[in-house]
Design a protein around this ligand. Structure first.
Ligand SMILES: Cc1cc2nc3c(=O)[nH]c(=O)nc-3n(C[C@H](O)[C@H](O)[C@H](O)COP(=O)(O)OP(=O)(O)OC[C@H]3O[C@@H](n4cnc5c(N)ncnc54)[C@H](O)[C@@H]3O)c2cc1C
Length: 450
C-alpha cells in the first residue's frame, strides 16, 4: 500500500502503544514522528517514564500476535534477544482459588516470557528501523494544538531545547502517552467537548518485584508458577516468571492497602503468606539481585472516548490513554497492540485516507476493549472493590468459577480458557450449547457443595 503523499503523523509516547501505532501507520504515512519524554536506553533496562516497567509483564498471545502482525518476525526477534519460550498448560504451576492446582496438559499454546524493558526494546528497535519513522527522545509534549473551534487537532506543542514553545503540525496526532489520558482529556475540555464518561473499578493493587538467580534444582517440574488471589477474602497473589539472562522475575501482589514489602526478608515473608507454599519454597533457595521495586495501581479505568458525539478530527487516543486495566490480567500491551492492528486495518481499507479514520476507529474500540474488561468485572467480587455492581454479578462469578473448575482437569476446556484469557478468542466462545450445558452442570454441582 503506497503512503499518502505528504501525510504526516505524530505519535506521543514511545511505550508499547505508541510504538505499535507508529508501526501501524508506517505503510500509510510519508513521515511519522514519535515524541517521547524519556531518554531511551539502548539496553533493556527500566526507565522513569514507564515506572511500572520493573514489574512483571506477561506478553499474552493476543499481544504477541498483534505485534507480529505489525512487525513480521517479532516473535523470532524476541526469542533471539533472550525471551524464554514457554508452553502454557505444561510449563506452568498454576494454583487458582476454589480449584487448587491445575493438572498440567499440553494444550499446544506457546508464549514468551521476558522483562517489560526487553519486550519494549525489541519492539522499539524494529520500529526505529522503519524508514519513515523518527523517534525523538527527551521531548515532553505539553498540549495538543487544536483549531480555534476545537473541532480538529492540528499538532502538538512542546518545549524546545532553549525552553521556548515549539509547535509541530501533523495530519494525525495519536495520543499514546499512557495512564490517565491527561493530554487528550485537557484538549477536549479546552474545546468545550461534552464531559468524557469513564467507568472505574477501584481496587488498589500493589506490586513488588525482585529479580532472582534461581536455585539449581533439577527436581522442579515447572518453569513458571502463579498463585492467584480470589474473592471474597483471599487478596494476595504471587508469580515467578523466567526471564532473559537465566533469571527469575518474582512479583508479589497485595490489594486494598496491603503492600508487599520491598526488602528480601519481608518479600519472602509475604510469599510465605500465600495460599500455596510453592513460591515461598522456590524463592527461599533463590538469590536476590539488585533492589526490589514497587508500583501501586488504582484498578481499572475505561475512558469512553468512543462515546464522544463529535471527536475532533486528526486525533486518536490509543492504549492506556483509553483504558488501563487491573494489571494482574496482563492485558494492557495486548489491547494497545490490537488497537494498533485495528488502526492499520482501517487505513488499509480506506487506502490510507487519514481523514476517514476517526469515527470508524472509535466505533471498533469497544469490541477490542470489552473482552479484556470483562476480566476486571470479577474484581467486584471483593467486597472492598469500588464500582457499580452489574445486577448479574453473582451469576457471572459463578459462571467464571465453573469454567475454571472444568478447565482445571479437562484439556479442551483448558485450551479454550487459556485462549480467552490470552485475548485470542472472545469470552462468547463459552456460549456454544454444548459448552453452556457443561458449564451450567458444573455451576449446579458447585452450588450443591457450597
Ligand atoms: C504494574 C503493572 C503491570 C502490568 N503488567 C502487564 C502485563 O503483565 N501484561 C500486559 O500486557 N500489560 C501489563 N501492564 C500494562 C502495560 O504496561 C500497558 O498497558 C502497556 O505498556 C501499554 O501502555 P501504553 O503504551 O499505552 O503506555 P505506557 O507504557 O505508559 O507508555 C507511555 C509512554 O508515553 C511517554 N509519555 C508520557 N507522557 C508524555 C508526554 N507528555 N510527552 C511525551 N511522552 C510522554 C512515557 O514516557 C511512556 O514512554 C501492566 C501495567 C502495570 C502498571
Amino acid at each position: 500500500m503506497a503512503a499518502e503523499a505528504g501525510k504526516t503523523a505524530i505519535v506521543i509516547g514511545a511505550g508499547i502503544g505508541g510504538l505499535a501505532a507508529a508501526a501501524a501507520l508506517a505503510p500509510h504515512c510519508a513521515e511519522i514522528l514519535v515524541l517521547e519524554r524519556d531518554h531511551l536506553p539502548p539496553q533493556a533496562i527500566a526507565r522513569s517514564g514507564v515506572p511500572h516497567g520493573h514489574q512483571a509483564h506477561v506478553l499474552l498471545l493476543g499481544a504477541q500476535h498483534a505485534l507480529a502482525a505489525l512487525l513480521p518476525g517479532f516473535d523470532a526477534d524476541l526469542e533471539a534477544a533472550g525471551a524464554v519460550p514457554l508452553r502454557q498448560g505444561l510449563d506452568g504451576y498454576l494454583d487458582f482459588p476454589k480449584v487448587g492446582t491445575l493438572t498440567p496438559f499440553d494444550i499446544d499454546v506457546d508464549f514468551y516470557a521476558a522483562s517489560r524493558p526487553l519486550i519494549e526494546t525489541v519492539v522499539r528497535r524494529r520500529v526505529a528501523g522503519l524508514a519513515n519513522v523518527t523517534i525523538r527522545e527527551g521531548v515532553r509534549v505539553e498540549a495538543l494544538v487544536t483549531s480555534p473551534s476545537g473541532d480538529a487537532v492540528l499538532g502538538v506543542r512542546h518545549a524546545g531545547p532553549d525552553g521556548a514553545s515549539v509547535t509541530h503540525q501533523a495530519d494525525l496526532v495519536i495520543d499514546a502517552a499512557g495512564r490517565n489520558g491527561t493530554l487528550s482529556r485537557e484538549m477536549l475540555a479546552r474545546g468545550g467537548s461534552e464531559a468524557l464518561a469513564a467507568t472505574a473499578i477501584g481496587m488498589e493493587i500493589a506490586y513488588t518485584t525482585g529479580i532472582f538467580v534461581p536455585p539449581d534444582d533439577s527436581a522442579r517440574d515447572w518453569k513458571y508458577a502463579y498463585v492467584v488471589a480470589g474473592p471474597p477474602a483471599d487478596t494476595r497473589s504471587g508469580l515467578i516468571l523466567p526471564i532473559e539472562g537465566g533469571r527469575w522475575l518474582a512479583t508479589m501482589v497485595g490489594r486494598f492497602g496491603e503492600r508487599p514489602p520491598a526488602d528480601h526478608a519481608g518479600f519472602l515473608d509475604f510469599a510465605r503468606g500465600l495460599r500455596n507454599p510453592v513460591l515461598h519454597e522456590a524463592l527461599k533457595a533463590a538469590v536476590p539481585e539488585g533492589k526490589f521495586a514497587r508500583f501501586v495501581a488504582p484498578g481499572s479505568t475505561w475512558r469512553h472516548f468512543e462515546r464522544l458525539d463529535a471527536p475532533p478530527r486528526g486525533w486518536l487516543p490509543l492504549g492506556d490513554t483509553i483504558c488501563d486495566f487491573n494489571p494482574v490480567y496482563g492485558q494492557g500491551m495486548a489491547v494497545a497492540a490490537q488497537e494498533a492492528v485495528w488502526l492499520r486495518r482501517l487505513l488499509d481499507d480506506a487506502a490510507g485516507d487519514l481523514a476517514a479514520l476517526g469515527k470508524a476507529f472509535f466505533a471498533g474500540l469497544s469490541a477490542i476493549i470489552a473482552p479484556a474488561w470483562s476480566a476486571s468485572i470479577s474484581d467486584l467480587g471483593f467486597p472492598q472493590t469500588l464500582g457499580e455492581r452489574p445486577p448479574d454479578l453473582a451469576e457471572r462469578l459463578r459462571f467464571a468459577a465453573a469454567i475454571a473448575a472444568l478447565a482445571a482437569h479437562d484439556r479442551d476446556m483448558r485450551r479454550l480458557w487459556t485462549e480467552v484469557a490470552n485475548l485470542v478468542k472472545p469470552p462468547t466462545a463459552f456460549q456454544t450449547p454444548a459448552l453452556r450445558a457443561r458449564i451450567d452442570a458444573m455451576m449446579a454441582e458447585m452450588a450443591a457443595h457450597a
